[in-house]
Ligand binder design. Structure first.
Ligand SMILES: Cc1cc2nc3c(=O)[nH]c(=O)nc-3n(C[C@H](O)[C@H](O)[C@H](O)COP(=O)(O)O)c2cc1C
Length: 378
């Protein structure tokens, strides 16, 4: 057994203790083929798009293990994970204040971002980040040969955990606090992803270095914990193992992989950003998430502005604006590029070259092994 194959790797059939969250099916398949576990982020997908993405992965993963990640927040306006009352989009839309709508329009006008052409709709699924969207995604995912189902922003509802277990699928949940990790375990979750504040996407306030041992100690030796947040090289994977984690859960580093589906302009922004160029802000979804510091985050964080809306209203209110920014960024005659953003962690400072997933995986594994040898004096 290689020293870096942890018990969880053995159980899941992984060669290296590296888990990769990505919404790009090509990244997911490539990570799994390289011996890690690719986990497809489904939140932005409609069911049809998710089916297509899973078809691609199944056809390209060479039978290696992979997972799916969904988002079922424990609480949002008019609902929360485990509530089966259907959401009414019109009723939710009515809760978005005229002040917020005017603020968004003004921000786009100041950046001279045109409207979407007649007949073209925002590409957002307005009710992403709610169980209404997630349940059909889970139904679909559980029909596939997935090995892991992960959930962010709260424990997945008990019935979903039970269904996953019936299919032999392990359930993971992300958390930024030891007390939440304990609750996840009580709910039947198998694996805790301890996500520090350095991480891209939704995160708490505690750094990975402090959080991981706290969670390992809180949930006890029998529960596998993965360290997330700020991991971009093999030395950091080794550090995660040293902190008591059974693997590293990564996200940001895959955004600039050759196989990533990030637009070329955004990729360029990420490649040139430094580790100080991120901010933890409510600007993307209404909940604190680490992202590139841009005109978008600055506007929403401005104390004189209206501030972010609660979930899922923020996403609904900004769907049209985000689509316009992505559509027009880089085109002459507007400043949409200044607003172009993405969730990304502080590790963005090391993401300076576009490289294929296989190369990133080889380097992570090589440096991990070298670190372990160096520390053990062998
Ligand atoms: C672009 C992006 C989108 C993310 N979206 C989700 C998500 O939908 N669900 C989720 O569980 N985690 C999401 N995350 C968090 C990742 O799963 C992962 O925990 C995090 O990226 C780890 O920290 P790192 O960015 O420092 O590698 C996202 C991260 C990034 C960078």
């Amino acid at each position: 057994m290689k020293p870096f194959r942890t018990p969880l790797c053995e159980e899941l059939g992984l060669e290296v203790p590296i888990f990769a969250f990505s919404k790009a099916p090509a990244v997911v398949a490539a990570v799994s083929r390289a011996g890690g576990m690719g986990v497809l982020g489904a939140v932005a997908y409609t069911v049809d798009q998710l089916r297509e993405a899973l078809d691609f992965i199944d056809a390209n993963v060479d039978g290696k293990p992979y997972g799916v990640d969904v988002v079922m927040p424990a609480k949002y306006v008019d609902g929360g994970a485990g509530h089966d009352k259907p959401l009414d989009p019109a009723k939710l839309e009515a809760l978005i204040s005229p002040r917020h709508r005017a603020f968004i329009e003004d921000l786009l006008a100041r950046h001279e971002v045109p409207r979407l052409p007649e007949g073209e709709n925002a590409w957002h699924n307005l009710l992403a980040w709610t169980e209404q969207t997630t349940r059909p995604q889970v139904d679909l995912a559980l029909e596939r040969p997935i090995k892991l189902l992960a959930n962010a922003l709260g424990p997945p509802p008990k019935d979903i955990v039970d269904r996953a277990h019936q299919k032999g699928v392990k359930v993971a949940a992300l958390t930024g606090a030891p007390a939440h990790a304990k609750k996840h375990i009580e709910n039947g979750v198998d694996i805790i992803v301890a996500q520090g504040t350095e991480a891209g996407g939704h995160c708490g306030e505690i750094s990975t270095m402090v959080l991981v041992p706290e969670i390992v100690d809180a949930v006890g030796p029998d529960v596998p914990v993965l360290a997330a947040g700020g991991i971009g090289c093999g030395r950091q994977v080794a550090a995660a193992l040293a902190l008591g984690a059974q693997g590293a859960w990564t996200g940001s580093i895959w955004l600039t992989a050759a196989e990533s589906d990030v637009t070329p302009l955004l990729k360029q922004k990420l490649l040139s950003a430094g580790s100080r160029d991120t901010v933890r802000s409510r600007a993307l979804t209404g909940k604190p998430a680490r992202q590139l510091k841009t005109g978008w985050s600055q506007a929403w964080d401005d104390p004189d502005g209206p501030g972010a809306l609660p979930m899922p209203l923020h996403w609904m209110a900004t769907a049209d604006a985000t689509s316009r920014i992505f559509r027009y960024a880089g085109q002459p005659g507007n400043k949409a590029e200044e607003l172009l953003t993405s969730p990304v962690g502080q590790i963005v400072g090391r993401m300076n070259h576009e490289r294929p997933v296989a190369e990133i995986m080889r380097e992570l594994a090589r440096e991990l092994e070298a670190s372990i040898r160096r520390m053990s004096g062998s």
